[in-house]
Design a protein around this ligand. Structure first.
Ligand code: BGC
Length: 765
């Protein structure tokens, strides 16, 4: 695998301009602050191949569904995260020729994403057609400190001439979504205005009526001297610009500082978005670029102090994990309960930027251990707020009595996925949402959440499952027919083991919670319901491979031709790009963890031998064509001592986008699976398992790592773990004493104390 960009512990570095990598780079060097995000498009004009992308969290358009054959129950639309007003624009022109590196000679080029400070910078020297050479240095950030602010420092230095240069900072709301189903323009204009040195564009989404006001203001400097300039202003629909020509002197630096504010009706009223954005840029301008930058860097420092994983001895692995952590926090910070985590975050359009089960199954564990519990709680509240819609969704499919089916893909709680085998059948997503409630409570001990918000969600989900199972006379058990498990390379199967398992668990957990909570606040279930639910829990059917400990992915799984992924010729992989869909469906090959996903979630229900046997059965058949897959296999491989495999799968997940394993980084990054990478270290390598009253630690370390170190939050108490080749150190940085289980031994670690175990048990990969 070739590294796309240079390896560095804190930075992603691109040296030399290669237009064929531009779209990949635009994704990988994306910046964001949880509220909005921006692909690494150039500030100035670029006429080469590019995917322009500026996205505002939660703002979407219901793009009319496009399917070959309509099925009752399909949603009318697919929610699309919208490409919104281009706020980075700064055009540069010399003697009528625009700066556009697609047409000019690039003498040198370096682009850097500094993950520590959350800044994107670029430095390049360009020769114009008339021989004039210009150096451009830009630095930009989306403020982590103030979620409505972004800023750009754009410096030009004439290298071999003195003469006029035209500067044009602008805002352009005339932007389309690349993936629009019917080439529709999703915005209508609210208003725009521009005067000397400042302006705004306010656009409104058609149908959904979100308003987004983007305002700009700028200052212009010669070296360190603020210049008084008198720019022209131009405006038309969705567009404002200032422009001015300035006589620049050879060797001097001319800096344009552009302050931007993006304010939407996700957080503010329709009437306040424009004045607020204007006010924000005025304040930003007065505070100045360095002040904003310092606050932004301090906010990142705070995040890193909790969330960083330090790896010594393997810079590629270090860069990989930091990139994942960085992108996750750029996508979601938990400040707003209306926001969630799209599989591509703010780095591309694919998947619509909407919420999938990825959030609960992958991202939640990351935020639970690296951020204040409020952040994870926001993610749960998001689903709580959408419970009514989930009930409506289930009603549309014929379920009743308050049963809820959460959507496979959503922005506002309504289902917007439209492939029948996923929309109607990939119902296991309901289970991940219930599991998230359980996971949150065991990490935080927040039982008040369970009472007020968790219980109604759990009961409604359990009601769905109790109706979705049916009694089979033939099997004398409850069965579940016509589902798609996490492995989307099988559709419409009966008794998908994972779905049956998590569904039964949901019913069981809902019953437990009901028992715990109802004496205090009243019952939500009748005695008859409790009785029939218990009957179901005791009588669910699970397919197994007779005489073994292997759980079968679904009924009749063994009828398939028994091959392994190594039987697929390299040139036919990934199979989803080379094989017909029906061939994939008939084959044994598994897209992503399915039975193993269940074993991962409910690991403590199974003995080690069962985990091993299932891993050995399924791993060779798995092609890992979902980014969500290798991390789960890596965690289980570490658990059963297959350490080479654990490391191999870890590397694959951690550098998935940086090395573009799946040849799709140009479309955006795999944000949700990045949380899986983090899990592969914390739960895989370090073997951390949070139990309701304690935490287990079973660390291993790859042989090429000197040590790794990270912190997790447990009941909001920081616990630092350092694992080296011969010892494991645990520091209780909180104010409460902790009971830990290290290599199956109970270890009390008092508040403020540390514990070191020098051990040969710290196995070496
Ligand atoms: C996976 C799903 C996942 C979706 C979004 C698909 O390829 O199979 O499990 O939810 O991507 O990440």
């Amino acid at each position: 695998m070739n590294n796309l960009f240079e390896i560095d512990a804190w930075k992603i570095i691109e040296r030399g301009f290669d237009p064929s990598k531009q779209k990949q780079a635009e994704s990988i060097f994306s910046i964001g602050n949880g509220s909005f995000g921006q692909r690494a498009n150039f500030e100035e004009k670029y006429s080469g191949d590019s995917l322009q992308g500026s996205y505002v969290g939660g703002v979407y358009y219901p793009d009319k569904t496009r399917v070959g054959w309509w099925k009752n129950g399909y949603p009318e639309y697919f929610a699309k995260v919208l490409n919104s007003c281009n706020w980075i624009g700064i055009n540069i022109e010399i003697d009528g020729e625009q700066l556009d590196v697609h047409h000019q000679e690039v003498l040198s080029f370096q682009r850097e994403l500094d993950m520590k400070s959350g800044t994107l910078s670029r430095r390049m020297k360009v020769r114009f057609k008339n021989g004039k050479e210009l150096e451009v240095e830009s630095l930009r950030f989306c403020s982590m400190h103030d979620e409505e602010i972004a800023a750009i420092r754009y410096i030009v230095t004439p290298l071999n001439f003195s003469g006029n240069v035209k500067f044009t900072p602008y805002l352009d709301g005339n932007v389309m979504n690349h993936d629009s189903n019917y080439d529709e323009f999703f915005w209508e204009e609210d208003s725009h205005k521009v005067d000397v040195k400042k302006g705004y564009v306010c656009s409104k989404t058609k149908k959904t009526n979100f308003s987004v006001s983007t305002a700009m203001r700028f200052s212009f400097w010669k070296n360190d001297e603020l210049l008084e300039i008198h720019p022209n202003h131009v405006s038309k629909a969705f567009f404002v610009e200032n422009n001015f020509e300035h006589y620049v002197e050879k060797g001097n630096r001319y800096t344009l500082k552009k302050y931007v504010s993006i304010v939407s009706t996700i957080s503010h009223s329709e009437f306040s978005v424009i004045p607020r954005s204007i006010n924000n840029v005025r304040q930003a301008y007065m505070n100045g670029f360095d002040y904003l930058l310092n606050n932004h860097i301090a906010a990142w420092e705070e995040i890193w102090s909790k969330a960083d994983i330090e790896i010594s001895g393997d810079v590629a692995a270090q860069q990989g994990i930091r990139f994942n952590i960085f992108q996750l926090y750029q996508t979601y910070t938990g400040k707003n309960e209306k926001l969630n985590i799209g599989p591509k975050g703010f780095t591309g359009e694919k998947y619509g930027g909407a919420t999938y089960w990825d959030t609960e199954a992958y991202c939640l564990p990351f935020y639970l251990k690296t951020a204040n519990p409020k952040v994870a709680r926001q993610l749960l509240i998001y689903r709580y707020n959408q419970l009514d819609k989930a009930i409506e969704n289930a009603e549309k499919l014929g379920f009743k009595n308050g049963a809820a089916l959460y959507p496979m893909v959503t922005m506002n709680g309504e289902e917007c996925h439209n492939e029948w085998e996923i929309t109607f059948e990939e119902i296991h997503r309901n289970g991940a949402i219930a599991f998230a409630v359980y996971n949150y409570v065991r990490h935080t001990g927040d039982h008040s959440y369970l009472e007020k918000y968790g219980r109604p969600v759990l009961i409604a989900i359990a009601k769905f499952w109790t109706q979705r199972f049916n009694w089979s006379e033939a099997k004398n058990a409850y069965v579940m027919l016509g589902v798609t498990g996490p492995n989307e390379y099988e559709n419409n199967v009966n008794n998908n083991w994972y779905t049956n398992y998590i569904a039964r668990w949901c019913v069981q957990y809902a019953l437990e919670v009901e028992k715990e909570v109802s004496p205090k606040v009243g019952a939500l279930l009748t005695n008859d319901e409790i009785k029939s639910w218990n009957h179901l829990v005791e009588n669910v059917y699970f397919p197994v491979l007779e005489g073994t400990r292997v759980f079968l992915q679904q009924d009749n799984f063994m009828d398939k031709e028994q091959l392994t992924a190594s039987d697929i010729p390299e040139k036919e992989r990934p199979i989803n790009q080379h094989w017909s869909w029906d061939r994939i469906l008939r084959s044994i090959f598994i897209k992503q963890a399915d039975v193993l996903q269940g074993i991962y979630l409910f690991e403590d229900h199974f003995d080690l031998k069962t985990i091993q046997d299932n891993f050995d059965f399924y791993e060779p058949k798995t092609v890992h064509e979902s980014s969500l897959s290798p991390c789960i296999h890596s965690i289980l491989a570490a658990k059963i001592g297959r350490l080479d495999k654990a490391y191999e799968l870890y590397l694959r997940t951690s550098r998935l986008d940086l090395d573009d394993y799946n040849h799709e980084a140009d479309e955006g990054l795999h944000i949700t699976s990045m949380a899986g990478t983090w899990m592969a270290i914390v739960e895989g390598m370090a073997g951390i398992r949070v139990l309701s009253d304690s935490v287990k630690i079973n660390p291993v370390i790859p042989k090429n790592w000197k040590q790794y170190r990270f912190q997790i939050l447990l009941r909001n108490q920081p616990l630092e773990i350092r694992v080296s080749q011969n010892e494991c150190e645990i520091i209780n940085k909180g104010s409460q004493d902790l009971e830990l289980i290290l290599f199956d031994e109970n270890i009390p670690v008092k508040a403020g104390n540390f514990y070191i175990k020098t051990t040969t048990k710290t196995a070496t990969i």
